[in-house]
Design a binder for this molecule. Structure first.
Ligand SMILES: CC(C)(COP(=O)(O)OP(=O)(O)OC[C@H]1O[C@@H](n2cnc3c(N)ncnc32)[C@H](O)[C@@H]1OP(=O)(O)O)[C@@H](O)C(=O)NCCC(=O)NCCSC(=O)C[C@H](O)C(=O)O
Ligand SMILES: [Mg+2]
Length: 293
């Protein structure tokens, strides 16, 4: 069985113009670093931020962390040059904002023609229009570099004029359908940011909610959020030991040909075996990642 087991529990945004934050990112326990050129950067600083992002990618030093550049939209004064520069720098991925439909994905993909093959296309899901084109946007994975979605709950709330309540009730349909569309097309999907820097209990609650939804990880805006996010999005010791027991049970010769088993007092079917194999693979990649940090 093949599946993406690379950990993407935490993806930390920072303004690419903030040299101190970018330097700090090389030491932080984030699976993904997102060098932002879009909303975190003021218009007058955008060209300098672009240069800084390119220089940071070229300089490297991020270890096992994936490095992503988030560009400005193609309909802005900076988008085309951001895309050209990002393609030339060749980060792990280029994250594009405010995608409305599959045509947008294909357009951005064309702008990355000159990028090296390892550079993937990630898109934000954050517009009201996108909410009605999730299936088509995810389907654009075929024939393009698209490989991941990132939820942009701040922009979505702005467009909807919705309030960001602690239970995120206004966004539950979008979050569920986005995970379903992403899974159906084999995309990685990361949850949106938690804006309150200091309320770590609320952060933990939304991380748990993100895991419950099936997200692979969460985007973050502050290093303080990393420990909680990494912990919550890692398989727990109990999950790992249950998964190992399920794998062992299905591998036992006496169980060959059986579809359903009792494991530690619970029913396990072959669909649980597939889940268990994935969870153990994810746990192994997290352990490998931690050992190399
Ligand atoms: C939100 C912040 C502006 C807060 O900044 P500040 O109050 O200055 O932070 P601290 O003083 O607490 O910082 C302590 C140290 O940590 C470093 N730091 C802070 N934030 C980051 C970061 N994101 N990455 C790396 N390092 C960081 C500081 O440099 C301090 O270091 P030291 O002095 O050595 O102790 C700030 O946190 C920030 O800019 N965050 C990121 C904002 C951002 O990128 N926003 C864009 C993405 S969110 C979004 O747009 C989502 C989506 O599109 C949607 O629509 O929802
Ligand atoms: Mg946004």
């Amino acid at each position: 069985m093949t599946f993406e087991s690379r950990p993407r529990r935490s993806a930390l945004y920072m303004p690419a113009s903030n040299a101190k934050a970018v330097e700090k990112a090389r030491t932080l326990d984030a699976d993904v670093i997102i060098l932002d050129l879009e909303d975190a950067v003021a218009p007058e600083t955008k060209p300098a931020a672009r240069e800084a992002a390119v220089a940071a990618v070229k300089a490297g030093g991020f270890g096992a962390r994936e490095v992503v550049i988030r560009v400005n939209g193609i309909d802005t004064p900076w988008g085309a040059e951001d895309l050209r520069a990002a393609a030339e720098a060749g980060p792990d991925a280029v994250l594009v904002p405010k995608v409305d439909d599959a045509a947008d994905v294909r357009l951005y993909d064309q702008h990355l023609n000159a990028a090296p093959p390892h550079t993937r296309l990630w898109t934000m899901i954050e517009t009201a229009k996108a909410a009605f084109h999730l299936w088509e946007i995810a389907g654009a994975v075929h024939g393009t570099r698209l490989s991941a979605w990132v939820m942009g709950v701040n922009d979505f709330a702005k467009e909807m004029r919705a309030r960001q309540t602690p239970d995120r009730a206004p966004f539950l349909p979008l979050l569920t359908l986005s995970v379903a569309a992403a899974r159906a097309h084999g995309l990685t999907i990361l949850d949106g940011v938690h804006n309150d820097i200091e309320d770590l209990a609320a952060l933990e609650a939304v991380c748990v909610q993100g895991v419950d939804f099936g997200f692979d990880g969460k985007t973050l805006i502050h290093p303080k959020h990393l420990e909680i996010c990494n912990r919550v999005f890692s398989p727990s010791p109990e999950d790992i030991s249950w998964s190992q027991a399920v794998i062992a049970a299905f591998n036992a010769p006496e169980n060959s040909g059986k579809g359903a088993l009792r494991v530690d007092g619970k029913m396990a079917e072959r669909l649980h075996l597939a889940q268990a194999e994935r969870l153990v693979a994810v746990a192994k990649s997290i352990a490998t990642r931690s050992a190399s940090a």
